[in-house]
Design a protein around this ligand. Structure first.
Ligand SMILES: Nc1nc2c(ncn2[C@@H]2O[C@H](COP(=O)(O)OP(=O)(O)OP(=O)(O)O)[C@@H](O)[C@H]2O)c(=O)[nH]1
Ligand SMILES: [Mg+2]
Length: 442
């Protein structure tokens, strides 16, 4: 039983990914196995059957129908599809801080004991204060004797007030008084830290329900420990029934590489992860970024590099033009246009790594660096040229260069610089052409 629980979604996904990566080729059998592995991983993590079906159908359809983007191998393409589908499930957009500042906003933190509610409440309060909110925290945990002391301790250097009502047993009464007090002091953003331990799970849920009904918080945030696996789904469901979950705070991301539980919680509540906790300290909190999370889930080491590669792969490249470019057949105008296109996607060198010549590190770095800095000027220079000059840059003598510099508001050196870079690139491409034929695009 324990064994089963320990196998986290992340471990299963990573296994599926490494199996795919070590396969010799991606044929139908490999694809089927890969999809089956993914299905199994998701199902074990309590992701609903319909959702699993949808994801696997999408993976299959895309794997069969999509053209493999230039620069990606078949395996990487499949990995990209899986990655896309998981990001879609978790939420494509990074979380945003969207709490209103101009009206009262009551946010109730709920979750199982020890998952990090109190810590996360303090972190969130501090985070909100730093972002210009006037924040107060109510301690509504009457079960843990030191709960309010823990909150005060965490918040002691922040100036954020903690409301506690010693001697009052009824949590609803405590919260009501706290909200009243903060409201009278002009504090609009009010966080409630609730109990995680109780006589039993049932009485805990009853308390959450009572709070929900009496206080009607604007948002209920479920705190989940990133280290728990499939039980997260059941926990989330129990809380969700008592008080509809609006968002999720995923804690201890720093100590756990597993993290499948979050997926289950999302699947059950349909709530999005808003924040993650990345350490024990009060400032170790981040807005959630699905891209990094999915990367971690899949165990993709250099996720940033790979994602950049994925992004580049999405960029449509006109293959005919790229081929001509590679043969060194391009006009000055095409040269600048290409560089401009490339710039949109990030560093030039990254795009060049997509050109189908292995080992292209010799591309004149200077051209790339220059282009990144100069491209605006280069556009102006091009605009000041006649069509004839653009098509035949070799006719540019010093008097033409002078005229162009004046016309474009640049210097003669700038114009010469562009011409030099252009020639350098052309020369480089012609040299690259002498590489063995198999390295060139066919
Ligand atoms: N490494 C790490 N530890 C964390 C994080 N968040 C919380 N913790 C630790 O987890 C432990 C439990 O945190 P609490 O905030 O007391 O948990 P709780 O949910 O309020 O617990 P109860 O009040 O008993 O329900 C503490 O030792 C925290 O320091 C995190 O993001 N990273
Ligand atoms: Mg607590």
């Amino acid at each position: 039983m324990l064994c089963f629980r320990m196998t986290s979604l992340s471990e299963l996904l990573r296994k599926a990914v490494s199996k795919l990566m070590s396969s010799t080729s991606v044929d139908e059998k490999t694809l089927n196995e890969f999809i089956r592995d993914i299905q199994r991983s998701l199902l074990i993590s309590d992701v609903s059957v319909e959702l699993v079906q949808k994801i696997s159908e999408n993976i299959r359809k895309r794997a069969v129908q999509e053209k493999i983007p230039t620069g990606l191998s078949k395996k990487e393409h499949l990995l990209k599809i899986l990655y896309d589908e998981l990001v879609k499930l978790i939420g494509e957009e990074p979380a945003r801080l969207d709490l209103p500042k101009d009206r009262r906003y009551v946010l109730m933190m709920v979750g199982i004991q020890g998952f990090g509610k109190t810590t996360s409440t303090a972190k969130l309060a501090y985070y909100l204060k730093k972002h210009g909110y006037k924040v107060g925290v109510i301690c509504a945990d009457t079960y843990r004797p030191a709960a309010s002391i823990q909150l005060e301790q965490l918040l002691k250097d922040t100036g954020i007030p903690v409301f506690k009502a010693d001697g009052i047993e009824d949590v609803v009464e405590i919260v009501k008084r706290g909200v009243e007090k903060f409201t009278s002091e002009g504090i609009k953003t009010i966080l409630i830290d609730t109990a995680g331990r109780h006589k039993s799970q049932e009485t805990l849920m009853e308390e959450m329900k009572k709070l929900q009904e009496a206080i009607k918080p604007d948002e209920v945030m479920l705190v989940i420990d990133a280290g728990i696996g499939q039980q997260a789904g059941a926990h989330a469901e129990a809380f969700h029934k008592a008080a509809p979950i609006g968002s999720i705070f995923l804690t201890k991301v720093d100590t756990s590489a597993k993290g499948g539980g979050a997926l289950s919680a999302i699947a059950v509540t349909r709530a999005r992860i808003k924040f993650i906790g990345t350490g024990e300290k009060i400032d170790e909190i981040e807005l959630f970024d699905p891209v990094g999370y999915v990367g971690r889930l899949l165990g993709l080491g250099d996720i940033k590099g790979l994602i950049e590669k994925f992004k580049l792969a999405e960029l449509e490249i006109d293959e005919k033009q790229a081929e001509a470019f590679m043969r060194g057949e391009f006009t000055l105008e095409q040269f600048v246009k290409q560089l401009r296109e490339i710039r949109k996607t990030g560093p030039f060198s990254k795009l060049l790594s997509r050109l189908p010549i292995p080992g292209l590190p010799n591309v004149p770095e200077e051209v790339l660096r220059n282009a990144e800095k100069q491209i605006e000027k280069w556009d102006a220079i091009l605009n000041s040229m006649t069509p004839e000059e653009r098509a035949n840059p070799h006719i540019l003598n010093s008097s033409r260069i002078k005229r162009i510099a004046r016309g474009s508001g640049t210097s003669e050196r700038d114009v010469k610089n562009l011409l030099n870079q252009y020639r350098m690139m052309k020369k480089f491409m012609k040299t690259a052409r002498r590489l063995p034929k198999k390295f060139l695009p066919t």
